[in-house]
Every structure is written in structure tokens, then in C-alpha cells.
Design a protein around this ligand. Sequence first.
Ligand code: 13P
Length: 250
Amino acid sequence: MINRPLFFANWKMNHGPSEARAYLAAFLNFFAPHDDRTVAMFPPALSLTTVRDTRANRTDILLGVQNIHSQEKGAFTGENSAPMAHDAGARLVLVGHSERRHVFGETNVEAASKTALASRFGLTPVLCVGETLAQREMGDAERVVIEQLTVGINQIGPAAVAAIVIAYEPVWAIGTGHTATPDDASAMHRVIRTTLRELAGNGSDRAPILYGGSVNRANAKTLLEVEGVDGLLVGGASLDPEGWAEICRT
Ligand code: 13P
């Protein structure tokens, strides 16, 4: 069950199985169960079962995978499938993260296939959208985000849209120490909400919209208070269990 606010930790390519075990044991000590929010970890795929097993009965902590292939199975060396991720304990999946798009060349159409596949295999897609600095400076930010969103959900119906999570992560804010201002974040969250309603009806109001990009202990509260922000997707500041627990208590 997903309750707002949401606190999602994207570890990216950090914390292999041994580190993940130690991290999780520490985190569980720092963070008591809260039923008024949703906390999820997205470890590297290799650490997923370790995190699941270390979590033990703390099922209030949800698990996600950082990526899946757009097909269910087959000859795709090095890839992980939606059913395998589910089997390893994931219930969420990041789709179209900016590093997938900009480092690995993932397209909006691939993101759409992954979103549809995830929904079929019991993984809640967390569809990530966001403009680059050049796109923002050209006044193109809204158009880019609307297109990522429109294509990203075009293989699923309104009921499935209502069950996904969107993450707005401006590319220029990721790992840079520059966060969006509250006004910029709230303006883009409003655009996303309006677009979702146009495409999938008012039921899509159930889909939370997270903000991500240089969130840390010092700015988490301010960002969470921004109108339209339902939660946070955190990279670097989630890598330390004590600091991450503090953010999750915001
Ligand atoms: P940082 O919090 O390190 O900026 O990363 C954000 C992000 O990409 C989360 O998915």
C-alpha cells in the first residue's frame, strides 16, 4: 500500500551485497516503521535479494529495481527482466531514469514498453521525467516533460496510470547540488498533474508525483512542502543509512 508522502532511495551503482546488508541493518535501527508514509529502496539488482532477506519482517520498507528490460525474457546478455525482479523481491521499478535516457540512450518508446511490462508483472513503474539544462534554457522544459509523459504512459490504460508513480527529476539538478526552486518544482508538478488528467482522467490523481535532484537532509522538508510534491526520489543523500533515515522521518 502506497501512502503519501513517499521516500524513495535510488542507490544507483553503489552498495553491493555486503555493503547492502550492513546498510540495511543500520537503517532499520535508525528508522522505526511509520504507517503514514512509504519508504522504498532501489539497490543495484545484484543486492536486491540481500536487501530483501536483511529486511526480514520489516515489510514496511518496499523494494524496487533500478531498471528492467523491455521484454519479458530472452537472449539479452546482462539484462534483468520484470518477472525476475519481482521474484527477487522488487515491487517497484524505476523507468526512464535520466541516466538511462542520457547515458544509455533509452527512448520514450522504450520507457513506454517498460512501463507496460512492469504493470503486467506486478511491479509499480516509477516513470522518471525531466528536462536538461539546455532544454530549460531554450524554454522547452514543459514540452519535453509532457512528451516524456505522454509517450511513457501510452501503452497502458487509465486504471494502470492511476497505479503508477511519476518522478520529476530535472537533469540539471541530479547530482549537482542545484535543486529546482519551490516555484519551478511546483510549476512543473502542476503541468504533470494536468497532463495526467487530460490523458487518463481524474483517477490519475491517485498517481503520486515525486521530486528528485540533489535532495538532502537540509532541503528535504522545504521540497516536500512544495505544492504538488507527493514525495522525494533521492540519490546521493540516500547512501548513508543514518542520513537517509532522517530524511525519511521528514
Ligand atoms: P541525487 O539525489 O544524487 O541528485 O540523484 C537524484 C536521482 O537521480 C535519483 O534518482
